[in-house]
Design a protein around this ligand. Structure first.
Ligand code: FHN
Length: 478
């Protein structure tokens, strides 16, 4: 008996020690100089606006629009803006494309109108993509619009035109610059380090130039930051973020810029988000059931219309092209999990958009004008995902059901969180009252509209928080 007692005491001691040491492990913070700077989600007005915008458009426009995926008679199926790399074109040869940069059909006002009609609240413009060509007349590079036959500052024209339409402008900026002799993929020698420091100074100058020339810019979206050289210089990513925030109070910065002291990207070595919003969801989205952790921070996804073409490619038949409904589905999917969605456009070299993009923008705009209430300023609703579509939640607590899959049963299952009951349902747009039948504890059948709207539609739910439900339900004893 004594022996048993001793064993039990020993076991309790071992358990207590291992519990304490694992608790300590959880608490152990890695000291970082260049880790996350925000505690939780930013709640200031500028961030709130970023979040409320929800739908944006990306513009990938650069020299790559001229060859459109074809070099020396060969069509490359990879992303058109990477053609220089696929076809192994040296920079001096690639930059000769500048002699052909003459987008005579470019009309910033028309572009802004198209975005407005599509219902986008912000636009992300590639100020400089990996190739190094600048859409503004940068005094730090010879590869700019100023040294082309067109000469004009197309970025400046875009900023003004979009702002005039009430659309926020975000700047895409690739740190990796294939045209710059001091860029390094990794740092292998003292010489590399000296060159790369010169490159970082050049990048600082370009960023300061952009922030000074276009002070209405609301966001910097960094790209091309995955190389070992940048991961080794986490200090610079923290510095660039701080520099822009001092120059432009309220500006938002994506997580993709950042690396911490240990080269950890997006999330620092303590697991905290760096930058203001997570920007890793590119051409993919979090799983609506398994990845609900994303609702804890701000995030933005971006997607292409073909499988993977950002810049203009002359042949869209090489990969699957999404339909407007598939694009709308992804927009709502992102918002239902508390994220933003940016839909990409790759304008032609002549300054016009390809017909498919114009049609897509129109179709999205038509849907957004009817149902945008369930997208703008909406958030994660906290309801379990159902097969018919997605839930979003508005600012006043109203819940939207965005229905993409019409059921044969004639009703949509709604399972509410504990102590939430559905009071009323109506069809967005027409106001038609929709029948709601309580079927079990926290479960309802919501009828489909009398006449099938023939497109994804939205049912608005009025919900009520009430402690305890009807006493008629008993859990099964199993
Ligand atoms: O390499 C780029 C690509 O061309 C495109 O700009 C996308 C947009 O998110 N970002 C990079 C790949 O992650």
């Amino acid at each position: 008996m004594k022996g048993t007692k001793r064993i039990i005491t020993l076991f309790a001691l071992v358990t207590a020690i291992s519990f304490l040491s694992s608790a300590q492990e959880i608490k152990k913070e890695i000291p970082l100089k260049y880790g996350a700077t925000n505690e939780g989600k930013r709640q200031d007005q500028a961030m709130q606006k970023f979040r409320d915008n929800r739908l944006g458009a990306f513009i990938h426009w650069g020299l790559y629009a001229i060859p459109g995926g074809e070099w020396n008679g060969k069509v490359y199926g990879g992303a058109a803006e990477w053609l220089k790399s696929w076809a192994k074109v040296p920079s001096d040869e690639w930059m000769k494309l500048m002699d052909q940069w003459n987008p005579t059909k470019f009309d910033a006002k028309k572009w802004a109108k198209m975005a407005k009609e599509m219902g986008v609240k912000y636009i992300k413009i590639t100020t400089k993509h990996h190739e190094g060509f600048c859409l503004w007349p940068s005094k730090y590079s010879k590869y700019t619009v100023a040294n082309t036959p067109y000469k004009k500052d197309v970025l400046g024209e875009m900023v003004k035109a979009y702002n005039d339409e009430g659309i926020d402008v975000h700047f895409y900026f690739s740190v990796m610059d294939w045209s710059h002799p001091d860029y390094r993929y990794s740092i292998k020698s003292v010489e590399d380090s000296i060159a790369f420091n010169r490159f970082l100074e050049f990048t600082d100058n370009q960023l300061k130039e952009l922030a000074t020339r276009y002070p209405t810019v609301k966001d910097f979206w960094f790209d091309g930051t995955w190389d070992a050289s940048i991961k080794k210089n986490g200090w610079w990513t923290a510095h660039a973020e701080q520099m822009l925030k001092e120059m432009l109070p309220g500006v938002t910065i994506n997580s993709r810029l950042r690396a911490d002291d240990k080269g950890k990207r997006h999330f620092d070595s303590n697991g905290r988000l760096m930058g203001d919003y997570e920007s890793g969801y590119e051409r993919r989205l979090p799983d609506p059931v398994k990845d609900l952790k994303v609702t804890q921070w701000d995030w933005e996804a971006c997607m292409t219309i073909p499988e993977n073409q950002w810049g203009y490619h002359k042949d869209w038949s090489l990969s699957y092209v999404k339909t407007p409904i598939e694009v709308i589905d992804r927009i709502v999917h992102a918002v239902s999990m508390g994220g933003n969605m940016v839909v990409n456009f790759g304008p032609q070299a002549d300054g016009d958009f390809r017909p498919e993009e114009k049609e897509l923008a129109k179709a999205i705009g038509k849907w957004m004008s009817r149902y945008g209430e369930a997208v703008y300023a909406c958030d994660y609703a906290g309801f379990d995902k159902q097969g018919w579509g997605y839930y979003t939640r508005g600012k006043n607590g109203e819940v939207y059901m965005v229905v993409f899959n019409q059921p044969y049963s004639g009703h949509l299952t709604v399972k509410t969180p504990k102590d939430i009951s559905v009071e009323k349902a109506s069809l967005l747009g027409t106001g038609e009252e929709i029948q709601v039948v309580e079927t079990a504890r926290n479960e309802y059948n919501v009828s489909v509209p009398k006449k099938n709207p023939g497109e994804p539609y939205v049912i608005q739910l009025k919900v009520r928080a009430a402690k305890g439900t009807k006493g008629i339900y008993r859990d099964a004893l199993t």
